[in-house]
Write a protein of this length. Structure first.
Length: 341
């Protein structure tokens, strides 16, 4: 369940206390060091290093406690001394018995003096072994760094396509093309539907082309082709609706060029298209929930490498379709067919 949560992007990592860890911490002078297994979201490598550092710091602080607490030191040294006398070779006994006996003497001295914190253990001693879990162990394919960052590149291409179609509406209006189309024996809804279909076809075609290039050049392999198809169609519907919102953001080409890209840049900034969401402040991550970029990245990652199930794909895909339908309805309602409107 923990690995599933990490794969789905709900949590950054999980930490597993492996069997025998507690015993190893109470017998630091004998046997193998305790082990902890960490499973980290592959797209959050920087956090993985920080988590390992915190775990190691806690392990060393436990060892420091042993050296500053006379009772703990006396208990562990006695247990280790008995075990070595019973099981160790003569050579080990010659070295370790005097050492452990001196620890008992040190513990007795600590009872009458205030101990100060030391720097921890030196040399090659390691109180804990940290292992990395492969949360995609059921998959034979090893995901590359390019595959993990590929969704961001694809989203920027889709945003550019949507912006281009939104701007084309304004260009056709200022040059009189839309006015001539209104004279033709076709309804305005048919004209808008044709534009929407063309935009959807461009987004789907662009996505397929980029995925094909990624597969040939960089070995991008989707976890599920049906899920990837569902993701691309949902993203396409979403950005067709946003294309209509871009088209009504201004009356001139210059206005739409400014307002449209401003909208897209804000969406990308709060949605994870510029800075990975885990590195954002909590309040920005909450605000980013309204960004279609966030939901687009989620379904692409789920289909490409997170291994989303069909149920996990349905909610973000439904959100994208809802954004697209509402955006297209609002844009169609506010769209001006002539400059004077």
């Amino acid at each position: 369940r923990a690995a599933r949560a990490v794969r789905a992007g709900m949590v950054a990592a999980f930490i597993q206390i492996d069997p025998g860890f507690g015993e190893s911490q109470t017998n630091m002078f004998q046997g193998a060091s305790g082990s902890i297994t960490i499973g980290v979201d592959p797209s959050r490598g920087a956090e993985a290093a920080m988590i390992e550092g915190v775990v190691a710091q806690k392990a060393y602080s436990g060892m420091s406690e042993m050296f500053t607490d006379p009772d703990i030191m006396r208990q562990q040294s006695k247990a280790a001394l008995e075990d070595i006398k019973a099981n160790a070779t003569p050579a080990v006994k010659i070295v370790m018995v005097p050492f452990l006996a001196s620890l008992e003497s040190l513990a007795d001295g600590l009872d009458t003096m205030e101990s100060e914190s030391d720097e921890g253990a030196g040399g090659g001693f390691n109180p804990v072994t940290i292992n990395r879990a492969d949360i995609f162990k059921e998959s034979e394919h090893q995901f590359s760094a390019f595959e993990l960052s590929f969704p961001q590149g694809l989203i920027w291409g889709i945003m550019s396509a949507a912006f281009t179609f939104g701007l084309s509406f304004v260009i056709e209006r200022t040059r009189g093309t839309l006015l001539r189309l209104q004279i033709a024996p076709v309804s305005t809804s048919t004209i808008l539907a044709g534009k929407a279909l063309a935009c959807l076809m461009l987004i789907v075609g662009l996505s397929v082309a980029m995925l094909a290039f990624g597969a040939l050049a960089f070995g991008v392999r989707p976890d599920s082709l049906p899920h990837l198809t569902l993701a691309i169609l949902s993203i396409g519907i979403c950005w067709v609706g946003l294309m209509m919102c871009i088209a009504v953001s201004g009356k001139t080409e210059a206005a739409v060029g400014g307002y449209g890209w401003a909208m897209l840049l804000v969406m990308a900034m709060i949605g994870g298209g510029m800075i990975p969401r885990p590195f954002m402040p909590d309040w920005m991550q909450m605000v980013g929930m309204i960004s279609p970029v966030k939901w687009s990245l989620q379904v692409l990652e789920g289909a490409l490498w997170r291994g989303y199930t069909t149920t996990e794909m349905l909610i973000p895909c439904a959100v994208l379709v809802g954004i697209g339908v509402v955006g297209f309805a609002i844009g169609s309602r506010l769209f001006s067919w002539t400059i004077s409107d």
